[in-house]
Design a binder for this molecule. Structure first.
Ligand code: USQ
Length: 391
C-alpha cells in the first residue's frame, strides 16, 4: 500500500513510518518541523536526542535499505497538499500534522488562533485534496479522546442511540472539549463527517488517548528514537512523571488528581494505526475508533511511577499535588468504550510496569538533558490567565 504520513517527523509519525516500512508498505512523509521549532520557543527540547529528519532518514536507509520519500511543507497550504497528492497518489493518508499541545493553544490569542487556523484548515485542505485528486483514498485522521470531555455517561465510539420526547435517533455523541486545541479536533471531526456525507469520502477518525513510551518493536537502537517531550507545554502526563522521578523532582498531579484519561503505549498506538490502515473502512464509510488501552486517574499513574522508580532505582520519589493550571473536573465518572479496534484483532501489548521501567531507563541514560530542562517542567500555562495580549 502507498501511505502518506503528514507529520512524519513527530512522536507518533516517525515510529509509524518505521512500522509501515517494516511491513512492506511504500511510505511518503511530509512535515514542516513546526514541533521542533515551537518546542525550542519554550526553551525546551526532546529528552531523547533526535537528528535532523534528513539524517534520520539516511541512517534508516543505511540500516534497513528502506527510506521515507520526504516532502518538506505545510499542510495548511492548499497548493502544497494538492501537489503532494498529485505526486504521491496514496492509497491512504494518515493526518498527524496538527498542533498537538493543549497548553500551547492556551498560551494566548496568537497561539489559540494559530492552532485553530492551522489545524482546521489542514484538514479542510486534505478533505478537498482527496476529493479532487484521489477520491478513493482512505483518510485516517488523528483526533483525540479529549473531544468527548468527561461526561457523566459512558462514552460510545463516536455515535449513540438517543431518545428524546419519545423519538429516537442515532447521533454523534456530544463533544465537550477542554482546550482550544481539543476543540480544533472536534471541528475537524464535524468537517470529516460532513465530507463523508456529501462525497462518501472513506474516513477513520481516531479518538486517541494519551500516548506514553520511548520504544516500539521497531525502535531497537538510539538512532531510531522518536522525540520525547517532558516540559509543561509539550510533555504529556505519564512521560513527564517518569522524567520528574529521574530528575529527583516531585511528580505533579494537577489539583486533586482524580481526573481520568485513556492511555496507551507508543507500541500500541502504532499497532492500532497500522491496523486501521490495513483494514480500511468500506467505500463511503466514516468510522470512529476510541483508541486507548486502559484508563487511569492521574493519581494512580503518579503512584505507579513512584513505586516503579523506587523499586528499580532504589531512591525515593515524591508526589506533590500542584494547583491545577487547567479548567477541568478533578473527580468524575469515566467509562469510555473501545471495542472496534479489538473487533479488528487489536490486542494491547502494553504492560505498564515494564513500559515504565523502559522509559525510565531510556530517560536516565539522558539524565543530563532532563536536568537542563528543570526550569520548564513545572506548570506555568494557566487556562484562566490566557489573554489576547501579544506574546
Ligand atoms: N496532568 C497532570 N500533571 C501533569 C501533566 C498533566 O495532572 O504534570 C493531567 C492534566 O491536568 C490532564 C491529564 O493529565 O487532566 C492529561 O494531560 P496531558 O498533558 O497528558 O494530555 P492532554 O493535554 O490531554 O493532551 C495529550 C496530547 C494531545 C492528545 C491528548 C489525548 O498532547 O495531543 O490529543 O493527550 S487525551 O488526553 O485523551 O485528550
Amino acid at each position: 500500500m502507498k501511505v502518506l504520513i503528514l507529520g512524519v517527523d513527530g512522536y507518533v509519525g516517525w515510529p509509524l513510518a518505521l512500522r509501515l516500512l517494516s511491513r512492506g508498505h511504500e511510505v511518503f512523509g511530509a512535515d514542516n518541523f513546526f514541533t521542533r521549532k515551537r518546542v525550542k520557543e519554550v526553551s525546551s527540547d526532546s529528552v531523547l536526542p533526535i537528528r535532523s529528519f534528513g539524517e534520520r532518514n539516511r541512517r534508516l536507509e543505511e540500516s534497513t535499505g528502506k527510506w521515507i520519500d520526504f516532502y518538506h511543507g505545510d499542510v495548511s497550504d492548499p497548493e502544497f497538499i494538492y501537489d503532494l497528492l498529485g505526486d504521491t497518489e496514496p492509497d491512504a493518508i494518515v493526518h498527524l500534522a496538527e498542533q498537538r499541545s493543549a497548553p500551547y493553544s492556551m498560551l494566548g490569542l496568537k497561539q489559540a488562533s494559530e492552532t485553530m487556523q492551522k489545524n482546521i484548515i489542514s484538514t479542510m485542505n486534505l478533505i478537498y485534496g482527496v476529493h479532487d485528486m484521489v477520491p478513493d483514498c482512505h483518510i485516517l485522521k488523528l483526533g483525540t479522546m479529549g473531544e468527548y470531555g468527561t461526561p457523566n455517561l459512558d462514552i460510545p465510539e463516536g455515535f449513540f442511540e438517543v431518545e428524546y420526547n419519545g423519538r429516537k435517533d442515532y447521533l454523534p455523541f456530544p463533544r465537550n472539549a477542554g482546550s482550544w486545541y481539543h476543540w480544533t479536533k472536534v471541528h475537524d471531526s464535524n468537517n470529516l463527517m460532513f465530507a463523508n456525507k456529501v462525497w462518501g469520502t472513506r474516513i477513520t477518525d481516531v479518538m486517541q488517548g494519551v500516548v506514553y513510551g520511548t520504544r516500539t518493536t521497531d525502535i531497537t537502537d538510539p538512532h531510531k528514537f522518536s522525540r520525547f517531550d517532558i516540559d509543561e507545554v509539550w510533555g504529556t502526563a505519564l512521560n513527564r512523571f517518569c522524567a520528574q522521578a529521574i530528575a529527583g523532582l516531585p511528580i505533579t498531579p494537577y489539583g486533586k488528581g482524580g481526573q481520568s484519561r485513556g492511555f496507551l503505549s507508543l507500541e500500541d498506538s502504532i499497532t492500532c494505526l497500522t491496523l486501521g490502515l490495513e483494514k480500511p473502512p468500506a467505500k463511503g464509510e466514516y468510522r470512529v475508533f476510541n483508541q486507548f488501552d486502559q484508563h487511569y486517574s492521574v493519581n494512580d499513574l503518579a503512584e505507579k511511577v513512584k513505586e516503579v522508580y523506587e523499586k528499580k532505582f532504589g531512591k525515593k520519589a515524591t508526589i506533590k499535588h500542584v494547583p491545577n493550571p487547567r479548567v477541568e473536573k478533578e473527580e468524575h465518572y469515566y467509562n469510555p468504550e473501545s471495542r472496534k479496534l479489538r473487533g479488528l484483532g487489536y490486542s494491547p501489548k502494553g504492560d505498564l510496569q515494564k513500559d515504565l521501567v523502559k522509559i525510565m531507563q531510556d530517560v536516565n541514560d539522558h539524565r543530563d538533558r532532563v536536568m537542563a530542562l528543570k526550569d520548564v517542567i513545572m506548570p506555568r500555562t494557566v487556562w484562566g490567565k490566557s489573554t489576547g495580549l501579544p506574546h
